[in-house]
Write a protein that binds this ligand. Structure first.
Ligand SMILES: [Zn+2]
Length: 232
């Protein structure tokens, strides 16, 4: 804990004190540019990856960057946060960002690894559709390639779940929301975005980030010979 305490002290003396105007302005409220949904993994830090400042990203993090689907009468923390982001804060961009070397995705592909962790196992059931897509469409892939494609398919599955949330569905229908499917490549620091035109995750470009996923697009069914974005 010593490192954390030292860090807090340094933040107060070196960062906060030297940027008083900026931090005082934040007291008045927030106008984040995007809702960023990603994994709890300590190596994936949205404000560092995007080089954003406090106040710019509204963030949901959990094991496996999962978005539980809308369930009437039993809202998850994710559901409440998504609704507040869109209706309360007026956010118009939602990013679901997976990442390479994801422990949650490794666990999904290897249920034995979550023995004795019933809550983890239950939570990761939300990623089961990705597992089954990989089994049915990518059975030629082994080990690392299989894991990579599961990471990608999981992002797309979670985006399908995202669309079930009433606030998201309404904002999409009104043309007021863009959804982005991203994967952060830990090994290189790159971000890949799903390109519906080619059915692949490709390196993020400014145009791609502006466009987001096509509204109401159906995820193309991956063909067996679909190459898994080799670059990721
Ligand atoms: Zn992860």
């Amino acid at each position: 804990m010593e490192k954390l305490v030292q860090g807090i002290h340094r933040f107060q003396c070196d960062v906060f004190a030297r940027n008083l105007d900026f931090y005082r302005k934040l007291v008045d409220g927030q106008q984040p540019q995007a809702l960023f949904i990603t994994c709890s993994d300590s190596r994936v830090v949205p404000d560092i990856i995007c080089q954003t400042d406090p106040g710019e990203l509204f963030v949901i993090r959990n094991a496996g960057n999962i978005v539980p689907p809308h369930t009437p009468g039993n809202p998850s923390g994710e559901a409440a946060t998504i609704e507040y982001a869109i209706k309360g804060l007026g956010i118009r961009n939602v990013i679901v960002c997976g990442h390479t070397r994801c422990g949650a995705m490794k666990a999904v592909g290897n249920p034995d690894s979550t023995a004795g962790m019933p809550r983890v196992r239950q939570w990761l059931e939300h990623a089961q559709a990705g597992v089954e897509i990989v089994c049915s469409c990518y059975h030629q892939l082994q080990d690392e390639a299989r894991e990579k494609v599961l990471i990608q398919e999981n992002v797309l599955v979670q985006i399908e779940n995202l669309r079930t949330h009433p606030a998201v569905a309404a904002a999409l229908a009104a043309g007021e929301l863009k959804i982005h499917a991203w994967v952060y490549k830990m090994e290189t620091g790159q971000v890949f975005a799903y390109d519906t035109a080619v059915g692949q995750f490709t390196p993020l470009t400014r145009e791609g980030a502006e466009a987001g996923l096509a509204v109401g697009h159906a995820r193309p069914i991956p063909s067996r010979d679909r190459t898994v974005a080799e670059a990721i």
